[in-house]
Design a protein around this ligand. Sequence first.
Ligand code: G3P
Length: 223
Amino acid sequence: MLDTPIIIVNFKLYSQASGKNAIALAKHLEEAALESGKNVAIAVNSLDFDNVKREVNIPVLLQHVDAVGFGAHTGRINLELAKEHGVDGILINHSERRLKISDIEYLVSKAKELGIKTIVCTNNPRVSGAIAALEPNFIAMEPPELIGGDISVSKARPEAITETIEVVKRVKDVPVLVGAGVKSGEDVRKAIELGAKGVLVASGITKAKNPKEATLDLISGLV
Ligand code: G3P
């Protein structure tokens, strides 16, 4: 599960990737994974999780889990519940869902205890170095200003990728993924050449006319 190199598609709350569309999209991505023999995982919202998980055989992650145990917490979900539902991993601290460092630490260590894989998102090399000390399974560095845009992190900020990998390695050998604006196999190839172990992508797939083809194109860069 979550072997590298990997492409992780974050469904966010795009209408094209929510509800019934989440299941259809997940199946397209599963097809792309099976045809190519490469690693593709998806991150869905908690309402869609069970329906999607039931339908596909690729790793299904949650986009967010709250840093709480069971108890009086209205409108929250926790790692224990995520485990009961068969989660394959969780995103933590996405740019669109930032957390306090103490909550990130709680989630990473609790997930470890429960055997759940963690991908902690960061916004730059220095924050990545700080997060590496917590020893998550992966760090995913995404410059916030490039998220949702058309210019990829590999093209616009290659130095941020190499610096993140260097800084992280100095602290702990945590594999680094990168994301933001990734749209093509070329973007993926460049990220991998720079030392990343995979990419996190959203709009390049969720908004594509043919998501399966778009995924196969990204996969072509997983050299
Ligand atoms: O989690 C991945 C995401 O933030 C990147 O979004 O739309 O730039 O691929 P996007």
